[in-house]
Design a protein around this ligand. Structure first.
Ligand SMILES: NC(=O)c1ccc[n+]([C@@H]2O[C@H](COP(=O)([O-])OP(=O)(O)OC[C@H]3O[C@@H](n4cnc5c(N)ncnc54)[C@H](OP(=O)(O)O)[C@@H]3O)[C@@H](O)[C@H]2O)c1
Length: 218
């Protein structure tokens, strides 16, 4: 699959890019600044022995069969406004958590109730938005030898899009779990500040969520 990462120059973008590229996918690192996108793609490629492409966020949207948005919440609205005419009916994964620094260990419900619901409101009706990966630390993603023991909760209003995302998440070395409609992103995004608290309390790098009581094979 070809995957375009909007804001792919950052921490999550780096970790997603290396794991997906090592799994055989084509990955494009997008940035507000095309040269920065190219430079970061070259840097990550050399660091991990992979081949990435890079450029601006528009080009990432054009390149990707699947688009992933990895920007801070403060950049979320302008980023979705800038790509809304570029995404068509492609599946978009929004990993944004609406943290409100400096209180990042306390739940912040944004005006639209979740970042993903706010993104959905900005997009055209045929856009297929899925929210996922809120609980996966960039440090673990960026270490290809790290073996995950947590799950990725995946929500969105299009069941086929959720299934597609669960499939691509497996190529990161993670089990995706269908977590229902996009409105459930309120709960998913809200768990991240809880995990950030747990990380500090127990001195862990990236605590995660594991769903029990479901068939392992599904
Ligand atoms: N880091 C984690 O462990 C983690 C885990 C789970 C979820 N998340 C969520 O994932 C998202 C990305 O996190 P991250 O740590 O990867 O973020 P980051 O490294 O701070 O930023 C990612 C990229 O966003 C772009 N960006 C930054 N400020 C911007 C602005 N004002 N306007 C437009 N673009 C801007 C930058 O790309 P350019 O300058 O190249 O455009 C930057 O490289 C966040 O919403 C975060 O809550 C993070």
């Amino acid at each position: 699959m070809k995957i375009g990462i909007v804001g792919g120059t950052g921490r999550e973008g780096r970790g997603l890019a290396v794991r997906w590229a090592k799994a055989g996918h084509g990955v494009f690192i997008g940035s507000r600044d095309a040269q920065r996108g190219r430079d970061k793609a070259a840097e990550f490629s050399e660091e991990f022995g992979i081949t990435l492409q890079g450029g601006d966020n528009d080009s990432a949207c054009k390149y990707g069969d699947l688009i992933v948005v990895t920007v801070p919440y403060s950049a979320h609205r302008p980023t979705f406004e800038s790509i809304r005419s570029r995404v068509g009916n492609k599946v978009i994964i929004d990993i944004t958590v609406p943290l409100q620094p400096p209180k990042i260990r306390s739940v912040n419900l944004p005006e639209g109730q979740s970042a993903a619901l706010e993104a959905r409101a900005l997009l055209d009706d045929d856009a297929r938005l899925v929210a996922a990966l809120h609980h996966i630390s960039s440090e673990h993603l960026s270490d290809p030898s790290y073996v995950f023991d947590c799950d990725v909760l995946v929500c969105g209003d299009d069941q086929d899009a959720r299934a597609e995302v669960i499939g691509i998440v497996a190529d990161l070395g993670l089990r995706g779990v269908d977590a229902g409609v996009l409105r459930n992103s309120i709960a998913l995004e809200s768990l991240t500040p809880v995990l950030l608290h747990i990380n500090r309390r127990y001195k862990s790098v990236g605590s995660g969520i594991r769903v029990t009581g479901i068939p392992e094979t599904e």
